[in-house]
Structure formats: structure tokens, C-alpha cells
Design a protein around this ligand. Sequence first.
Ligand SMILES: [Zn+2]
Length: 324
Amino acid sequence: MKKVSVGVDIGGTNTAIGVVDELGHVLTKDSISTPDHGDINRYINDLAGAIRKLIDNAKLINEDIEVLGIGIGAPNGNYYNGTIEYAPNLSFNGVVPLVDLLKKHFEDIEAVALTNDANAAAIGEMIYGGAKEMKNFVMYTLGTGVGSGVVVNGDLVYGADGFAGECGHTTLIPGGRLCGCGALGHLEAYCSAPGMKRTAFELLAKYNAGDSLLADKSFKDLNSKMIYDAAKQGDKVALEVFELTGQYLGQGIADTVHHLSPEAIFLFGGPTAAGDLIFEPTIKSMENHLLPIFKNKIKVLKSELDAGDAAIVGASALAWKELG
Ligand SMILES: [Zn+2]
């Protein structure tokens, strides 16, 4: 009997689901939209249906599998309570008892557990990725928002209430841009994919850059992939977006280093596909903001996990951990 667990990564746009074996191999995967279901109960019904279908598909490939757990990564996911609480980038309101709701559909499955999506990615990096040999590192996830998972002395840090490690909501610019959480000037408002878009529009206005490749995009349509494509073609505005995003990110990372003295910072998510365009200004800015005792010591690394699979694999690892 091959033991497997299901990893679920709930993002602002998509919910990715995968059936994962004990070695971290994704056997089958699928995704559903996160916001298109109307209310939470319909979302849970559709999610449960998609998980069942995926398990059936995995059994078509190998009928001798046993599903032991479901691990879920979600923004503001509370490991202790199994709830998603006031997630700024999700369409769900208030406190959602996600684990209890999902358990009703899976009474046959022993463990259903939930954590923050960035924590799940950090677990994935620790077990299967570039942090295998590390005891102290931080994972920054760059996407619709900016999340982070903190590992100290080999353990994921949850804190008193389960919400530790929100590096994306450190204040970079007092009184600055409105963040998705409602506060002003947080890192996420500058370094998330929508934050990069906002930087692009500020620069377009600043330089009156009608000749930029980004100039004819609407505020609604412009995304970080378009900015990357324009940067590759040498577009000055797009290149400066990456430069500024790296400056902001490096500033935030330096604070994280000062708090935790990690061996490495891992970056995960769409913008990391831009490679040096994002890593060079980030590292330069981090070094500029670091105390001398930390300079030239901290590695800033690209996550070694496949962008699509890291959060799924990490979430599935949470289920194994639940089972002890
Ligand atoms: Zn915030």
C-alpha cells in the first residue's frame, strides 16, 4: 500500500490541489478558482469534489494507494484552530473554520490540518528543497500578497496564536501605500505582484512615459508577467520597477535578518522567474541595510521547488507531521 497525502494551496486567485507521496512526488494535481463560488459552503463543496476526483485519478494510476491526510496552506491559516482568519486577499469574510468544514466531507481521512500558505512553502523547502541542511532560514513568498515562513532551530515558528512570521506586513514607508490588510506602507504593498504594478504606474506618471511598452496597459490588466516581458525587451520603466521592487524587498529582508540571524532567505513565487533582475537589487539593498556583523553572510536564494508544487508539497508534509 502506497501512502499518500493531499496538499491544498489556497491562493487569492487559485486553489491548487495535489496528491503527494511520502517522498514528496506529486502524483496528480489540479486547481480550481478560489473566488468564483459565491459563498464559503459552495467553495468547500467544490473543493471537496475536486479532491475526491483527484484521489480517484491517482487510484487509476496506482490503485494501491491509501490517503492518510489532507494538509492545507492558506493566507492567515491558523495551525492551532484550523481556521482562516480575516485573510485580506481572499474572498472569504471573518473567521472561516476551514478544517471543520472540510472534515465533514472526509470523515474517512485521519488528519486534516491547516497552516499559513507561506509556512507550508517553508516546510516544503525544508523537507524537499534547498533548505534540507538548514536549521535557520526564512521563506518569502511573492505573489498576490507577500508571505513568509520562519524556521528557527529546525522548527517552523507559529508563535503564541499561530500567526508568527508576517514579514510582508512590516512597515517600509511610514504613511505609504495602502496595504491589502488596511494599514499603510507595508512591504506587501510594494513587493507583491500588485505592488509591482502600482510601482509601474507611478513611474509611468513620473516620467510621462508614453513610449513605454507598459503605457497602453490598463491599471486593471497590467500584471507582473507583462512587466517582466517589457523589462526583457529593455523597457526603462519596467527595468526600474524591478530595481525599486528589489530595493524595497532588500530593506525588508534586512530587518528579518536583524531579528533572526538566518543562514539564508529563500524567495519563492512568480517574480523570482526574473532572476538577476530581482535578485541583484534585492541583495544590494539588503547588504546596504544590514548591520556590519551580518554583511556578506546571508544567502538570498531562489526556492528550489517548482513554483506550482512547492506549496502543495509543503501543505502535504503538514499532514504527515500531524500523523506523527
Ligand atoms: Zn499589510
